[in-house]
Ligand binder design. Structure first.
Ligand SMILES: Cc1ncc(COP(=O)(O)O)c(C=O)c1O
Length: 381
């Protein structure tokens, strides 16, 4: 079967999304911190067992709130992978601090925990492990190292709702965890996010920072008789319309994860012969990680082959994409970041050779079969 267009990603409705949006309007509050925001917070706390969840308007906002909460300032350093989305580094740079870029592991594409220690200096304040593709970084050794040097840990769990590490939900192991509900994520509401606050000392101030630096949240709990400006902060609340949509998806998380699992396993099974012939590799899942099937990536043998495969698929109306341009070699990364003189060779190789193929909630077996056949055709030319 041939297709005119196989999208890379598609937003979807899993159940009561539109009904809950209508209900939020009927409840006469569509600004932030209302009925559906609270429902999402308690549901996500139940799923993750996080100490406290605050919904935000993006994961970018949750990362920025985390850097505000840690009081990062000029001169401070924060270690994070170069192979990540720009928001991980921007949050640090917005506080005037310096992102120090660490290389990744070739098997999982996650921060290489073995290369962390050599990057720690007396200026280091925090580590931001990024759980790539819903697979957690080696959090036990990262947290042990952070404790030894008195550092905070912010987990970038943007891609990790529904993913577990040694049985614990991603984003709940460090001091703070940041989730994304952007349209490209497993469960989504267009733009959205959440901050998991695992260190109880940070909860009160996080509420203030999210509410533009005011104690409005305490006022609504009737803990104060007026609300006023008490600290720095910004507008990090999502609207009730977004939270109404998201709540329906949170209700259906298991069903959504199961559908993605079937799609990802289809690729594993059908592309395995290409792995055996050493034409491609596929990142490995470590046995103590339960992943959420966020994405499916293949690593080609070199950049030319990856670029040719991408165009080959494009000519067959299949959208495949690659990411990330290594942050350390980007214009802003060179200006604001530091590699401490290291060459991040795994990051550069993966960035050159990776290709992500379509995975979304209602991708059909026919579409997946067409993608797999097209990949085989490419390697048989
Ligand atoms: C690793 C990572 N961090 C942060 C973000 C930012 O998420 P958001 O779009 O919700 O701000 C993303 C989004 O793709 C991401 O993949």
């Amino acid at each position: 079967m041939k297709f005119n267009n196989v999208a890379f990603n598609k937003p979807f409705i899993s159940g009561k999304e539109l009904y809950y949006i209508a209900d939020s309007v009927m409840k006469e509050q569509i600004s932030g911190n209302g009925y559906y925001t609270k429902l999402c917070e308690s549901r996500l706390a139940k799923i993750t067992h996080a100490n406290k969840i605050l919904m935000t308007n993006s994961c970018t906002s949750a990362l920025e709130m985390s850097c505000l909460l840690l009081d990062l300032k000029p001169g401070d350093e924060v270690i994070l992978p170069s192979f990540t989305f720009v928001s991980t580094a921007n949050a640090v740079v917005l506080r005037g601090a310096t992102p120090v870029f660490c290389d990744i592991r070739g098997d999982t594409l996650n921060l290489d925990e073995e290369k962390l220690q050599e990057l720690i200096s007396n200026k280091t304040k925090a580590i931001i492990p990024v759980h790539y593709a819903g697979q957690s970084c080696e959090m036990h050794s990262i947290i042990e190292l952070a404790k030894r040097y008195g550092l905070s840990v912010i987990e970038d769990a943007a891609q990790s709702v529904g993913a577990y590490h040694h049985g614990q939900h991603a984003g709940t192991l460090g001091d703070l965890g940041c989730f994304s509900f952007h349209e490209t994520k497993n469960i989504m509401c267009g733009e959205g996010g959440a901050l998991a606050i695992n260190n109880p000392d940070l909860i009160e101030r996080a509420e203030i920072i999210r509410e533009k630096g005011t104690n409005r949240e305490a006022f609504f709990r009737q803990e104060t008789n007026r609300y006023t400006w008490v600290d720095i902060g910004s507008s990090y609340l999502p609207s009730e319309l977004q939270m109404a949509f998201l709540f329906a998806q949170l209700e259906n998380l298991d069903q959504i994860t199961a559908k993605r699992k079937a799609a990802v396993e289809y690729y594993y099974i059908h592309l395995r012969p290409l792995v055996e012939k050493k034409l491609i590799t596929i990142p490995k899942t470590l046995e103590h990680n339960d992943v959420n099937y966020h994405l499916f990536a293949i690593i080609c043998r070199n950049k030319d082959e990856r670029d040719s495969l991408l165009s080959y698929l494009r000519n067959r109306a299949i959208t495949s994409v690659f990411h990330y341009i290594p942050l350390h070699s980007s214009p802003a990364g060179e200006r604001y970041g530091d590699t401490k003189g290291n060459k991040l060779s795994v990051t550069e190789h993966v960035s050159d050779c990776i290709l992500r193929i379509p995975v979304y909630f209602d991708i059909s077996t026919e579409e997946q079969s067409y993608i797999v056949h097209s990949i085989y055709e490419f390697f048989q030319r």
